[in-house]
Every structure is written in structure tokens, then in C-alpha cells.
Design a protein around this ligand. Structure first.
Ligand code: FMN
Length: 181
């Protein structure tokens, strides 16, 4: 699959069959995430593969809040990958402080997309989840209280009839300019 096609095929999948995802496929996705670039090559991430009960159901439940129950689909996912933000190198921390940039969170987003693109190429469906109860997730899977959870990614097989949606995006001319803002 050429790169542009892969980008078109990657979409947020919010319906999964109950087929388990083999761990070697998840490892391949994490391998692609591992190779992602990061500020000063700090690689400030840790991936927790949640694919066993009771952790899986409990983490899925922690993405559903009464105020905004948007993530009910997470309960169907046979695997949820939790990405923890790790401390970057001292040089990155200094640079981030001086320039007021949160490099680790930028890095994490890039790695997450590497993960999702690789998963798409393997025929898997993913959805990044940024709306979750962080405190609960940390408690369930024993993440130290001083760490932050950056993102969750649900992973599974979309049903055969799951349609590839047209991308809803701003047009190119609305997001681009040459030489000046
Ligand atoms: C940082 C981030 C957080 C997101 N959080 C959620 C979420 O909590 N629940 C959800 O259903 N989708 C979530 N999404 C998916 C977006 O809604 C989705 O990427 C966007 O609407 C574009 O659709 P597409 O992924 O199908 O191309 C998140 C995406 C990103 C990048």
C-alpha cells in the first residue's frame, strides 16, 4: 500500500469484532511507534498492552464518563494500548522550559500515529482516545501516580461491513500559505 493510500485507509474505528489480536501484531505496531522521531531522541513513552481481563474491561470503562459517554465502543475492543508519558532527557526538559514547548506530548502524538498507521497496514482498526479518567486508568494498571497517561489506543478488527469513510478535513487552501501567514 503506498503511503497516501495508507493515510486514507487509517480512520478511527469504533466498532470491533470479538476476534482477539495476536500479540505479535501489537508488537509490530509498537515497533513502528518505537522508531518514531522525538525531541533530542528522548523517546519519552511507555506502551502498556492491555489485553486481559479484568484490566481490559476496567480500562475501557474508564473511558466512559457520565458527562460525555462518547467512548462506549471501547468496551468492544479486544486490546487497548495505554501510552504513558516518560520523563525526557534533561536537554529536552531544559529546551522545553526555555521555549515553552511540551516536547514529550508532541513526541507521543507522533509515535501514536506511527502505531495507528502500522495497525492499518496490518488490517487492524484503531481509535486514539484522549477522553478518559486518567486517575482510574492509573489505578487499574498500576501506573505510578507521578506519571501522566498521554493517550489510549483501542485496537481490534473492524467488522467486514465497516465502511471506509470519506475524510472530513479543512481544504488545503484553508490551512496553507506560502512565505507569509
Ligand atoms: C489526541 C486525540 C484524541 C482523541 N480522542 C478521542 C476520543 O476520546 N474518542 C473518540 O471517539 N475519538 C477520539 N479521537 C479520534 C478523532 O475524533 C478522529 O481522529 C477525528 O475525528 C478524525 O477522524 P478519523 O480518525 O476517522 O480520520 C481522538 C483523536 C486524537 C488525535
Amino acid at each position: 500500500m503506498d503511503f497516501y493510500n495508507l493515510v486514507l485507509r487509517r480512520q478511527s474505528v469504533r466498532k470491533y469484532t470479538n476476534k482477539k489480536v495476536a500479540r505479535d501484531l501489537i508488537l509490530k505496531c509498537i515497533e513502528s511507534a518505537r522508531l518514531a522521531p522525538s525531541a533530542s531522541n528522548s523517546q519519552p513513552w511507555h506502551f502498556i498492552v492491555v489485553d486481559e481481563e479484568p484490566y481490559l474491561s476496567e480500562v475501557a470503562q474508564a473511558t466512559i464518563t457520565a458527562a460525555l459517554p462518547i467512548n462506549k465502543f471501547a468496551l468492544q475492543a479486544p486490546c487497548i494500548v495505554v501510552i504513558v508519558v516518560e520523563k525526557p532527557k534533561l536537554i529536552t526538559r531544559l529546551a522545553g522550559f526555555i521555549k515553552q514547548r511540551d516536547f514529550p506530548w508532541i513526541d507521543l502524538g507522533i509515535a501514536a500515529e506511527h502505531f495507528c498507521l502500522q495497525a492499518t497496514e496490518l488490517g487492524l482498526g484503531t481509535c486514539m482516545i484522549g477522553w478518559f479518567n486518567e486517575k482510574k486508568v492509573k489505578k487499574i494498571i498500576k501506573i505510578p501516580p507521578n506519571k501522566r497517561v498521554g493517550l489510549l489506543i483501542t485496537v481490534g478488527y473492524p467488522p467486514d461491513d465497516y465502511k471506509l469513510r470519506e475524510k472530513i478535513r479543512k481544504p488545503l487552501n484553508a490551512i496553507i500559505s506560502f512565505n507569509k501567514y
